[in-house]
Design a protein around this ligand. Structure first.
Ligand SMILES: [Zn+2]
Length: 270
């Protein structure tokens, strides 16, 4: 499941290909990708490509007949991939669920497990998820502390709550807790101010670093399918049960929380 940095990477890599292009036609090949009426894209230009939570958000201008701008939010879920192609009709058809034809090139959506979604909105705000973006300038350390203090659950589960912070999954939650030296088993109610500050700093630092690494490791967005496999070597605890903690040398442990693996160091996370 792609987390925030991978989605940001896909958006950044697609942007130069899509921005300014004029749409010709929208084709949906899988009825599950059709939620509500589809907009008419013909004649609209792509005005922006970015990320909103864990979605790739593509903004289209108003159309020549006066129809309002529209926004496409793509949720990749498990196996969704957005691919830019200028290969015309000679593309792989297996698992192709949607396609937008432009004046030059095609945006293709492949998705073997079909959990990905396309949603259409009238504004960027309407497409925004319920939680706060952890990289948003509005998320101060004080606000972070207030948010975390308002819940009663394990801090690992809290970090993954999409209605609080958007975009963190199993991998980055483990990495953030290790960087902040906080045990995943702690209750959010017991997190002190200094710990909340460390969690806040670690969240933003680790996500920014991951975005940089995704971007440098994958110069071609078509490799987006392999992102999680290849940046594994940058992870300090995730997937490393039994190995030595790079900070204190204790053995990293794997536990299960809410049916998901958590990796942490009992030596330096308290
Ligand atoms: Zn350690």
């Amino acid at each position: 499941m792609p987390e925030l940095p991978e989605v940001e990477t896909v958006a950044r890599q697609l942007a130069p290909f899509l921005e300014g292009r004029e749409a010709r036609a929208l084709r949906i090949f899988d009825s599950r990708l059709r939620s509500g009426p589809l907009p008419r894209l013909r004649g609209r230009r792509v005005v922006s490509v970015g990320r909103s939570g864990k979605q790739v958000l593509i903004g289209f201008s108003s159309s020549s007949n006066g129809a309002r701008p529209v926004w496409l939010a793509v949720h990749l879920r498990m196996t969704g991939r957005l691919i830019w192609s200028d290969a015309g009709g000679r593309v792989e058809r297996d698992h192709l669920r949607g396609r937008i034809e432009f004046d030059r090139g095609w945006l293709l959506f492949y998705d073997t497990r079909r959990f990905g979604t396309w949603s259409w909105y009238a504004s960027r705000e309407a497409a925004a998820p319920a939680g706060i973006d952890p990289l948003s300038p509005g998320l101060s350390a004080a606000r972070f502390e207030k948010l975390i203090g308002a819940s009663r659950q394990s801090v690992k589960a809290w970090l993954m709550r999409q209605d609080r912070l958007v975009g963190l999954g199993n991998i980055y939650a483990s990495e953030i807790l290790h960087a902040a030296r906080v045990s995943p088993l702690r209750d959010t109610g017991s997190i002190a101010t200094a710990e909340a500050r460390r969690l806040h700093g670690a969240t933003r630092r680790i996500l920014r670093r991951a975005i940089e690494r995704c971007g440098t490791t994958f110069s071609d967005f078509q490799d987006a399918r392999g992102v999680t496999g290849s940046y594994q070597r940058f992870l300090r605890v995730y997937g490393r049960a039994g190995e030595r903690c790079p900070r204190c040398g204790a053995r990293i442990e794997r536990i299960v929380q809410q049916q998901r693996s958590t990796f942490f160091c009992p030596g330096c996370q308290h």
